[in-house]
Design a protein around this ligand. Structure first.
Ligand code: NAD
Ligand code: DAU
Length: 350
């Protein structure tokens, strides 16, 4: 039986990874380790929380004493590491928190894994989940490959780049069995509404202004979160130690075009007249250091391991909108309390 610690399992992507592993591998023992920050929510996992192969442990990856004791007690075979501070705007306000969680937290886990596995290579794995933002910003053309040089611009991407370097250093220096994947923008259910797509859905639904940074010309490459979870599953099981894979959907959208599409979908679903939701679009002050364009070349993942996205963006976006409309309680719950304060600070005077 494999025992796997999944960090950040109560977050957006982590909850999809936990669900997939708990359901697809009944003979694995899955431990969800999460601090439950503002972004962590156990309601994301209600449907699997009583499964016999699943356990939740509340804890902070930055707490090295706690983490090393956890590894001694649990003796895990593998780690899938998703816990992070993940929102670029918050990293601009509070970079140190990103260094602590994303850099120190990752090194804390790497150290505990190294001590626990004591050079045992076979049957162990440290899988680090990272982002395409480490590669920086593209111009009008080109794509990120696994060979693209790192060039992070935001405190968030700088902290993720740093954590990737530490993971590689533990492979090169100590022979830890590591794998890294760098994925493009995810979307889907349980996405916290500080991020563009769920924020826009929530605001359109409530007839509130939809804030578009700058002129809305920035391009992101969107991937359905369940396709990301499936890629992580494939890479976890099949990748060679020390390798890196890019994950992406070949699905580039200018922010303004994406928001207009969402407005059209919601006009229809909410029974509004055509063009009504688009009146909510409001151009606001741009994000500092805003990367112009991301695009992932996932050819290596396709050729080596046979992964490709399973659904089109139109299908995925419709599923996502339907999920948010059907899960009003979840949305109301996560947007009450602290969220209001965050929202006011982030968007007032922009
Ligand atoms: P998220 O913000 O939704 O969730 C992060 C989770 O980590 C939360 O459950 C939070 O409680 C937990 N966490 C934070 N600090 C912690 C700590 N100190 N100890 C333990 N748990 C802690 O993030 P997400 O969007 O699901 O992203 C997950 C991972 O995937 C991150 O590493 C992120 O960099 C990476 N990633 C995200 C995207 C994306 O589009 N969202 C794309 C590529 C890569
Ligand atoms: O590329 C992968 C990354 O994608 C992940 O590593 C990050 O964790 C994840 O948050 C995401 O980062 P982005 O900054 O691309 O995502 P976000 O949803 O914050 O913004 C998407 C685009 O929309 C970006 O160009 C900024 C813009 N935007 C965002 C918000 C929140 C707006 O125009 N208005 C907004 O209110």
């Amino acid at each position: 039986m494999q025992k796997i610690i999944i960090t950040g399992g109560a977050g957006f992507i982590g909850s999809h990874v936990v669900r997939r592993f708990v359901k697809n591998y009944p003979d694995y023992n899955i431990i969800n380790l999460d601090k439950l920050t503002y972004a962590g929510n156990l309601a994301n996992l209600r449907d699997i929380e009583n499964e016999p192969n699943y356990r939740f442990i509340k804890g902070d990856i930055v707490d090295t004493g706690f983490i090393s004791k956890l590894f001694e007690d649990e003796q895990p075979d593998a780690v899938i590491h998703l816990a992070a501070e993940s929102h670029v705007d918050r990293s601009i306000t509070n970079p140190l928190e990103f260094v602590m969680t994303n850099v120190v937290g990752t090194v804390s886990l790497l150290t505990a894994a190294r001590n626990s596995w004591k050079g045992r290579y076979n049957g162990t794995r440290f899988y680090h989940v990272s982002t395409d933002e480490v590669y920086g910003s593209l111009g009008e053309t080109g794509m990120f490959t696994e060979e693209t040089a790192y060039d992070p611009h935001s405190p968030y991407s700088a902290s993720k780049a740093s954590s990737d370097h530490f993971v590689r250093a533990y492979y090169d220096t100590y022979g830890l069995n590591t794998v890294i994947s760098n994925c493009s923008n995810n979307y889907g259910s349980y996405h916290f509404p500080e991020k563009l797509i769920p924020l826009a859905i929530n605001n359109i639904k409530q007839n509130k202004p939809v804030p578009v940074y700058g002129k809305g010309e920035n391009v992101r490459d969107w991937l359905w979160v369940e396709d990301h979870a499936r890629a992580i599953d494939v890479i976890f099981h099949k990748a060679k130690a020390g390798t890196t894979y890019n994950i992406g959907g070949h699905n580039e959208w200018k922010n303004i075009d994406l928001i207009r599409l969402l407005c059209r979908i919601l006009d229809e679903k909410l029974g509004r007249s055509e063009g009504e939701s688009a009146k909510l679009i409001t151009f606001v002050t741009d994000r500092a250091g805003h990367d112009l364009r991301y695009a992932i070349d996932a050819t290596k993942l396709k050729n080596d391991l046979g992964w490709t996205p399973s659904i089109t963006f139109e299908e995925g976006l419709e599923k996502t909108v339907d999920w948010y409309l059907a899960n009003e309680d979840w949305l109301n719950d996560v947007t009450s309390g602290h969220y209001q304060q965050y929202y006011n600070e982030q968007y007032t005077d922009r």
